[in-house]
Design a protein around this ligand. Structure first.
Ligand code: NAD
Length: 268
């Protein structure tokens, strides 16, 4: 892979599994030094395994424990990374989770937990990244002073019964992303979202771990395959590179056509 992100420092939140791990690997292959963020002591081993794979492939990076929903931890993570590496060039706002429930039974705790990680976590990390981008400005490493990718979902536009907290978090990410993209474009900071469809990771295991589940899932995917973390990683590398220098405030759907109303392919 071209080293299009050579010398750039990238923080990937929630990178000890799934899409975050895949994005950390592809950013590393593109020359970035990666911070493999994970939330708690119990996720350290998985984060270290991702980092080992990256290092075995010739990459560089560290693991860093930080719960993105906690303001003090996020502020400390950015301060520590800037102290160690001099700056941060790329933030992949990826950490996210689900706590599904029929709406009438959804507890305030389930609501707040999902919004706290998926939306507030992205706010806190984006704010700290932007402070650093503003401080540093544009350098020879990139045409932009900094790049943020918010990991959204097809559910920023597709309603999802039984998952109102999750869909609300992703809808919220869409307008936070577009608002801050508008606010900081004059400062040469680019902010975009990737909206994955069904990607084969632990978060949606029940949707693909039996042949019946997979067959049912594929009825929602015109391209007729489940996505892989590398599909998102390859998009992230391009979106963070200067090849995408004129793109900001965009929601890029990487979904095999899931948002194309597949139910209408047989005339509705
Ligand atoms: P995953 O469960 O493998 O990854 C989520 C990661 O977030 C985990 O590594 C977890 O440890 C981490 N995390 C959870 N809470 C955290 C916190 N407070 N602080 C830091 N990290 C935390 O699932 P995934 O599919 O890789 O999901 C990654 C992102 O992609 C999520 O934002 C998810 O909503 C989004 N997404 C996934 C799919 C899909 O089909 N897999 C589709 C659309 C969007």
């Amino acid at each position: 892979m071209d080293k299009k992100l050579k010398g750039q420092i990238a923080i990937i939140t929630g990178a000890s599994s799934g899409i975050g791990a895949g994005v950390a690997k592809t950013l590393s292959e593109a020359g970035a030094t990666v911070v493999v963020n994970h939330p708690v002591a119990a996720t350290k081993d998985a984060a270290e395994a991702v980092l080992t794979e990256i290092k075995n492939g010739g990459g560089t990076g560290i693991t860093y424990q930080c719960d993105v929903s906690k303001e003090d931890e996020v502020i400390k993570m950015f301060a520590d990374i800037v102290a160690q590496f001099g700056t941060v060039d790329i933030l992949i706002n990826n950490a996210g989770l689900q706590r599904d429930s029929p709406f009438e039974k959804m507890t305030l705790e389930q609501w707040n937990f999902v919004i706290g990680v998926n939306l507030t976590g992205q706010f806190l990390c984006a704010r700290e990244a932007i402070k650093e981008f503003l401080r540093r400005g544009v350098t020879e490493k990139s045409k932009a002073a900094g790049k943020i990718i918010c990991m959204s979902s097809v559910h920023e536009v597709i309603p999802w019964a039984g998952h109102a907290n999750y869909a609300a978090s992703k809808g919220g990410i869409m307008l936070m992303m577009k608002s801050i993209a508008q606010e900081f474009a004059p400062k040469k900071i680019r902010i975009n979202s990737i909206c994955p469809g069904a990607i084969q990771t632990p978060i949606n295991k029940s949707a693909w771990d039996t042949p019946q589940a997979m067959q049912s899932l594929l009825t929602l995917i015109p391209y007729q395959r489940i996505g892989q973390p590398e599909d998102i990683g390859n998009t992230a590398v391009w979106l963070c590179s200067d090849d995408a220098d004129y793109i900001t405030g965009a929601s890029i759907f990487v979904d095999g056509g899931m948002t194309l109303y597949p139910g209408f392919s047989t005339n509705g």
